[in-house]
Write a protein of this length. Structure first.
Ligand code: DAK
Length: 255
């Protein structure tokens, strides 16, 4: 059985984690398949936005504890699992997480590697690593702190508690909570709306926003300015502004 299912609904695609018997625990094999699917869609001009989802019961219950349990520090360092995980964060197209059920440990981190999180009211988020005698290892200490601030991130990571979708919304981790039956549709609707925009402008916006997590304000502003100027050499910018003046919908070609 494939560990990842890809549903193409051009101009968007839905990538589904498919390891239900283990609540979508993120084994190395699953992560390899996930990255291969995401990178293939990232390079496909017919796809303009991607939704990442799991099952109703579980987005992902974390990295695979059974596969990590007996590793030594030297072994896990040599295996370098982060090299694969980092490639999720390197996807250039808009990536929306549609989360239902568990998003725990590495599952929560995976959702945070996406650009936007849409959550079902059933979603449960948490960084549970502390309960296993470890800390988050796929960006949780950094991305969660950026998302919800230091005091809350400390509470989440040091307590190993599980938080509801409403709490995650209030904390600023997720952008929307939907009724249980609606989370995937809502994420797809948003992906379709985003897919109408210029892919070049989308990539530039994503790059500029992510730079804000990584650099001081002056550097981020400089990067934003450079990206802004570059867009004036694209046909999409001419089309977008021409369409406005002609009072019609723009048709962006990605050039
Ligand atoms: N790993 C392996 N198997 C898991 C799993 C996991 N994280 N979560 C669930 N499963 C398996 C269970 O073992 C069980 O399998 P069988 O025993 O039937 O063979 C099956 O899924 C169903 O689970 P339960 O029977 O436990 O189901 P319940 O509904 O009773 O409970 C639960 C659901 C989500 C509360 C419970 O399964 C649970 O507590 N799961 C573990 C949650 C957790 O602690 N997650 C954090 C794991 S640590 C890194 C990248 C990532 C990470 C670290 C480094 N690098 C790139 C360096 C991440 C670390 C983590 O995520």
């Amino acid at each position: 059985m494939p560990l990842i299912l890809v549903h193409r609904e051009e101009p968007i695609a839905v990538v589904q984690l498919n390891r239900p018997e283990a609540l979508n625990a993120l084994s190395p094999a699953l992560m390899q398949e996930l990255v291969a699917a995401l990178e293939s869609l990232d390079g496909d001009p017919k796809i303009r936005a991607i939704v990442l989802t799991g099952s109703e019961k579980s987005f992902a219950a974390g990295a695979d504890i059974k596969e990590m349990a007996s590793l030594t520090a030297a072994e896990i360092k040599k295996e370098n699992p982060l090299a694969v995980w980092d490639r999720v964060a390197a996807v250039k197209k808009p990536l929306i997480a549609a989360v239902s059920g568990f998003a725990l440990g590495g599952g929560c981190e995976l959702s945070m590697m996406c650009d936007i999180i849409i959550a079902s009211e059933t979603a449960k988020f948490g960084q549970l690593e502390i309960n296993l005698g470890i800390i988050p290892g796929a960006g949780g200490t950094q991305r969660l702190t950026h998302a919800i601030g230091k005091s809350k991130a400390m509470e989440w990571i040091l307590s190993g508690n599980i938080y509801s979708a409403e709490e995650a919304l209030k904390a600023g981790l997720v952008s929307k909570v939907t009724p249980a039956a609606e989370y995937l549709n809502e994420a797809k609707k948003l992906a379709l709306k985003i897919a109408e925009k210029s892919p070049i402008a989308l990539a530039a916006a994503k790059k500029a926003i992510l730079a804000s997590l990584d650099s001081p304000l002056t550097e981020g502003l400089q990067r934003e300015r450079e990206l802004f100027y570059q867009l004036f050499d694209t046909e999409d910018q001419k089309e977008g502004m021409q369409a406005f003046m002609e009072k019609r919908k723009p048709c962006f070609k990605g050039s």
